[in-house]
Design a protein around this ligand. Structure first.
Ligand code: UP5
Ligand code: MG
Length: 204
């Protein structure tokens, strides 16, 4: 697709910070196309005939980052599919397709490859809260989510990978003045109002 026709916001934050929840609310209010890298990987894992299914399952359970070629291909395919259906985020003055890319990039090499080969992000929403709060949320969600990584052992591994590999990505975009840090400890609605205000300010 034509890079000049899309605007991308990366949505980052630790496991359970509320990325998916906040993206869903932003879609309701502002009409973006929400693509969760984790959801795309889980769908691919369960797709019959996928050559990557078992590999993805192992990486996710261990909280490790799936080789970026797989994830970037899934994201590109999903962006192409959304654009083929019409411009997501219709109603914005510039007529561009708008994407919230959730849970990606989680590692510097992914960030560089996506920025160079797919398109540069315009903004990074960074949701932050304490590990204690994230653990509590994930264990609660794990009672019903069916996610193979919502158990204490996998969660601890996800925290470690997040600190070691994803925090440098957030620091990178902070240096470029692209990152907006949002305290995600408050209620879902309060966090949403803050996130919405940031997006509206950047794109108004
Ligand atoms: N909740 C949310 N906000 C709340 C609030 N303000 N107050 C109280 N409760 C709140 O929220 C988690 C739970 O908390 C929910 O029950 C929610 O109701 C509640 P959610 O919005 O789901 O949080 P989110 O940040 O999206 O958490 P998620 O578990 O999805 O984050 P992860 O980053 O761990 O998961 P993701 O799906 O992105 O990735 C999973 C795995 O896929 C990774 O570990 C990795 O192995 C793999 N992956 C890659 O390899 N590469 C990628 O690029 C992406 C993923
Ligand atoms: Mg999520």
């Amino acid at each position: 697709f034509d890079k000049s026709k899309v605007t991308v916001i990366f949505v980052l934050g630790g496991p359970g910070a509320g990325k998916g929840t906040q993206c869903a609310n932003l879609v309701n209010d502002l009409g973006f196309c929400h693509l969760s890298a984790g959801d795309l990987l889980r769908a691919e894992q369960n797709r019959e005939g996928s050559e990557y299914g078992e590999m993805i399952r192992t990486y996710i359970k261990e909280g490790q980052i799936v080789p970026m070629e797989v994830t970037i291909k899934l994201l590109e395919n999903a962006m192409n599919a959304a654009l083929a259906e019409g411009l997501p985020g219709e109603g914005w003055a510039d007529g561009k397709g708008r994407f919230l890319i959730d849970g990606f990039p989680r590692k510097m090499d992914q960030a560089q490859k996506f920025d160079n080969e797919v398109c540069e992000c315009s903004l990074v929403l960074f949701f932050t809260t304490t590990e204690e709060e994230m653990l509590k949320r994930l264990l609660k969600r794990g009672e019903t989510s069916g996610r193979e990584d919502d158990n204490e052992e996998s969660i601890k591994k996800r925290f470690r990978v997040y600190k070691e590999q994803t925090m440098p990505v957030i620091e990178h975009y902070t240096k470029l003045h692209k990152a907006a840090t949002i305290d995600a400890t408050a209620t879902i609605e309060e966090v949403h109002q803050k996130a919405k205000a940031v997006v509206e300010e950047v794109f108004s």
